[in-house]
Design a protein around this ligand. Sequence first.
Ligand SMILES: Cc1cc2nc3c(=O)[nH]c(=O)nc-3n(C[C@H](O)[C@H](O)[C@H](O)COP(=O)(O)O)c2cc1C
Length: 165
Amino acid sequence: MNKINLPQASKLTSPNPVSLICTQKPDGNTNLATVSWWTYLSFNPNMIAYAMSKASYSGERVRETKKVILSVPSEEIADEVMKCGMSTGRTTDKVKEYSIDLQEVPNSNIKIPVHSTVAIECSLKEFIETGDHYLYICNVENVYANADKRPVFAWNGYSEIRPVD
Ligand SMILES: Cc1cc2nc3c(=O)[nH]c(=O)nc-3n(C[C@H](O)[C@H](O)[C@H](O)COP(=O)(O)O)c2cc1C
């Protein structure tokens, strides 16, 4: 085996997961941010976790509201998902700017894209400093699915977003 660095390893493990971290902004609207680094943690109780850079606006929002929905987007919005990963909700209304259609989630203030394969509604349990990111550990409250929709993945590291063929 050859010695490589961790970013190179993440290219070799492509396709990697893709999700949209959906949080509520102070004006009540929803912010969407693209996140690959998420994982299931436990099925009893149901828990997930995701890592976001310390500077992310989404991090600020979930630390304040303690609520987040992790949505796995489907192929219809692959281009928009890439754009959500290249802009911040601090200065951009991503939903409006990228014309992303949202749907309501029962009893939640946070909306999710219509084009979602799975949506995992969570409350924040705790967050831990992990280098230049925080790891957000979440209790799962509800899980929803559109099983007929094809989820997208990140290819070649994080440079291309599309389904598995
Ligand atoms: C395919 C892809 C995957 C990404 N995965 C992550 C990730 O796992 N963690 C992270 O902190 N940022 C990730 N990003 C970058 C964030 O989406 C980006 O910093 C975004 O601007 C954050 O938005 P916000 O400031 O509105 O929260 C990814 C971007 C792309 C395009």
